[in-house]
Design a protein around this ligand. Structure first.
Ligand code: XIL
Length: 414
């Protein structure tokens, strides 16, 4: 599948990944009849030495293999991972229907250091989300001093691999840099928040497909979460954040992202109300992100119905952070149940035309946030630590094949 096949959302005008790599296309053969310049014995000796050096260099390269490119690109191969030299098994991105992206969160360290990680990321997914690199604390550790490198690397990787970037996240109560003080007067808090949203969205204008503008603004009971933003700025900070983001990149799709809304929860009901009000007030909210941090032993109740009620408001919906954690140890039975949960979420997304992307929160158990945050749980991803595909990966592929065999038509549950 090529980037051009997507029908929803806006794509960057062209992906550098589809262009020849700079530096490889510039050598021109010498014009015929170019006079030979070797004249003296001294010159012949020098040529001999140069040739010997080249042979030695060639032997060295043969022994140690090509070096990793410093830019975190594909593993030194001149072919793109989307056009591998040897036939590979079918990847998820190959099977996705047009109009629905398949994404993964990206661990910045692995992106820089691990060629196998990069290969899988490039071949399996056509969208990527920064797991941490675009959070405020990563981007602006010191006031006014931006650290763009990690986020830039991710965006460049995406462009080389024909992937869309899902930006995560502009306004959150967590990962705010320490220098933002809750003791500041409201005007100052508002000014730094506006500056942050504007700086980040402007930098990636036209290159980030969608942004999580606000993340986790609701409490479990459906009230607005008590955060520094709410306390200082009142509930209007949400609308403001969307307006600032829209002003900085009118082409980006703007999402409100939340967890615990996959079932019929009070939070989900409250979110329906909130986005309806925002839309009525003309706030540029385009979609709702369902984080979907789920468990192997609990199928979310009525995910499909829930996606639909947001879609009925005229919004896009997206699965933004899916993982399915298992109480360790992971047994074959638990892995099968996990696969069923992954499949169920994909089924629900495919059944709702407004569902524009399906993103997993990391694809390998070797690099998942789950063991660090949910004690006793793990094995939450599509690939194990090797990384080899797990039953959940096979279930997604199978579901995609069935979907395509039906011509993309989803049977109505009645
Ligand atoms: C998590 C990352 O995965 C961790 O690496 C980090 O230490 C904490 O944040 N909801 C979100 C994500 O919106 O940003 C969180 O990501 C997981 C929960």
């Amino acid at each position: 599948m090529t980037a051009e096949m997507f029908t929803l959302g806006r794509e960057p005008a062209s992906y550098p990944g589809s262009q020849p790599e700079s530096g490889y296309g510039s050598s021109r053969p010498a014009a015929p009849g170019t006079p030979r310049r070797i004249r003296s014995p001294v010159t012949l000796v020098s040529v001999g030495l140069v040739l010997a050096a080249l042979v030695a260099l060639g032997l060295l390269l043969l022994r140690h293999g090509p070096k990793e490119p410093a830019d975190g690109g594909p593993s030194g191969a001149l072919t793109s991972p989307t056009a591998p030299a040897t036939p590979k098994r079918q990847s998820l991105r190959d099977q996705m229907p047009p109009g629905v992206r398949i994404g993964s969160a990206v661990d910045g360290r692995s992106l820089s250091l691990d060629p196998a990680y990069r290969d899988l990321l490039g071949s399996e997914f056509n969208a990527i989300t920064a797991e941490n690199a675009m959070k405020w604390r990563s981007l602006e550790p010191v006031p006014g001093v931006y650290a763009w490198t990690g986020a830039d690397q991710l965006v460049e990787f995406a462009e080389r691999h024909g992937q869309a970037v899902y930006g995560h996240t502009l306004v959150w109560h967590s990962d705010v840099p320490k220098w933002v003080s809750p003791d500041w007067p409201a005007e100052r808090v508002r000014a730094v928040l506006q500056e942050h949203v504007t700086a980040v969205v402007s930098r990636y204008r036209g290159r980030v497909w969608a942004w999580d503008v606000v993340n986790e603004v609701l409490d479990e009971d459906g009230s607005l979460r008590d955060t520094v933003w709410l306390r200082k700025l009142g509930p209007g900070y949400i609308a403001d954040a969307f307006r600032w983001a829209h002003a900085a990149d009118p082409g980006a799709r703007l999402f409100i992202n939340e967890y615990g809304i996959e079932g019929r929860t009070r939070k989900a009901d409250a979110l329906v109300k909130l986005v309806r009000e925002l839309r009525r007030a003309g706030v540029p909210v385009d979609g709702v992100g369902f984080q979907s941090h789920l468990r192997w032993d609990q199928q979310p109740r009525d995910l499909l119905g829930n996606l639909r009620r947001f879609a009925d408001l005229g919004l896009s919906v997206a699965v933004t952070e899916l993982d399915v954690r298992i109480a360790l140890p992971a047994t074959p039975q638990k892995l099968e149940r996990q696969a069923a949960v992954y499949r169920q979420v994909l089924q629900a997304c495919l059944a709702v035309p407004a569902c524009v992307s399906f993103t997993v929160w990391g694809f390998t158990d070797a690099r998942s946030w789950i063991p660090g945050y949910h004690r006793g749980y793990g094995a939450a991803c599509l690939f194990d630590t090797s990384p080899a595909p797990k039953p959940a990966h096979a279930a997604l592929l199978d579901e995609l094949r069935r979907h395509s065999a039906r011509g993309g038509i989803v049977p109505s549950p009645g």
